[in-house]
Design a binder for this molecule. Structure first.
Ligand code: NAP
Length: 292
């Protein structure tokens, strides 16, 4: 057997912390990219319960781990533990990327960047238009921030199973970003047909329809969608969710979560390594993995 010393004293470690961690595709994406680019980095998943979050950051510094992605349920909890937090992460109240700069931990939210890059081709259409966001969790916050900051939308409807959470998000963004054109609704699809049809963009930010629950969908009412609309699902597994299939069958333009996933990952990658991710090649590799 020939032994290859692929990892050595110069290998830099990146990780993702969360609890549980088993659904993350970030290790696959970043390790493909390191391999393609010939970078001496290794990306590993770490299951960190909230009670051990503080210790995990101390460990990161002690071991010289260069960066972390942060996922559910640690994205909000990690914010007060960091030395420096970027503007978007501060406003959203969640960090998905930490960079260890010689012992100083800096937090960012690259999901926002992923949303902006994904919706950029529709910038003109979205200006002064009404949009609907289904869901009111972390992904919804990134989408709402990006739409207010970068796309000059006229009105945002936040639709959520737990209506009070949608209402508090509405109040939150009115206060934090001085954007008052926000409405909130409970997720009762038959009552929302007009809200959806009045929206240039509909974004699903709930986990409904994510593998293995691929037969779930935030709405199954086909009249919710029509030609001329853009329908974006942040889920990337499966690539084309039940909601996107329905929207496409009604003539809407559909946008998958895979683009956002790769774009947010590419921004984190650049923050850690100073290099550009080979995005097209990584996207193709993930597409073939997710559809095989
Ligand atoms: P989160 O903070 O836990 O929020 C989950 C949201 O989904 C909440 O609004 C929740 O409603 C709603 N929800 C969950 N199950 C539901 C159900 N059975 N019926 C109705 N509503 C339901 O999660 P998150 O961080 O926002 O992530 C949400 C999704 O976005 C995940 O699938 C994640 O993989 C994906 N995501 C993708 C990217 C990307 O790069 N493409 C980035 C980030 C996240 P309640 O408030 O009523 O509980």
């Amino acid at each position: 057997m020939q032994v290859q010393n692929k990892f050595n004293q110069n290998t830099k470690i990146i990780g993702v912390i969360g609890h549980p961690i088993k659904h993350s595709f970030s290790p696959l994406m970043h390790n493909i990219s390191f391999e393609l680019s010939g970078l001496n980095y290794l990306y590993l998943p770490f299951d960190v319960p909230p009670a051990l979050l503080k210790d995990s950051l101390k460990g990161m510094v002690a071991l010289g781990i260069k960066g972390f992605n942060v996922t559910i349920p640690l994205k909000e909890k990690v914010l007060p533990l960091l030395k420096d937090v970027s503007e978007e992460a501060n406003i959203i109240g969640a960090v998905n990327t930490i960079v260890n700069e010689e012992g100083t931990l800096k937090g960012y939210n690259t999901d926002v960047y992923g949303v902006v890059e994904t919706l950029l081709p529709f910038k003109d259409e979205l200006s002064n238009s009404k949009v609907s966001i289904i869901g009111a969790g972390g992904a919804a916050r990134s989408v709402i921030y990006a739409l207010i900051r970068n796309f000059n939308v006229a009105q945002i409807s936040i639709i959520n199973r737990t209506e009070q959470i949608a209402e508090s998000l509405k109040d939150y963004f009115s206060t934090k970003m001085l954007f008052n054109e926000i409405k909130s609704f409970p997720l009762v699809p038959p009552d929302l047909i007009e809200v959806f049809r009045d929206s240039k963009l509909i974004v699903n930010t709930t986990s409904m329809g994510m593998f293995p629950e691929v037969d779930d969908s935030a709405t199954t009412i086909k009249e919710s969608f029509m030609k001329g609309q853009i329908v974006f699902d942040v889920i990337y597994n499966p690539i084309k969710t039940k909601l996107l299939k329905l929207a496409e069958s009604q003539g809407a333009t559909i946008v998958t979560g895979l683009k956002m996933f790769v774009e947010q990952g590419a921004k984190s990658y650049e923050l850690w390594t100073g290099e550009q991710m080979p995005k097209e090649k990584v996207m193709k590799a993930l597409e073939s993995y997710l559809t095989s």
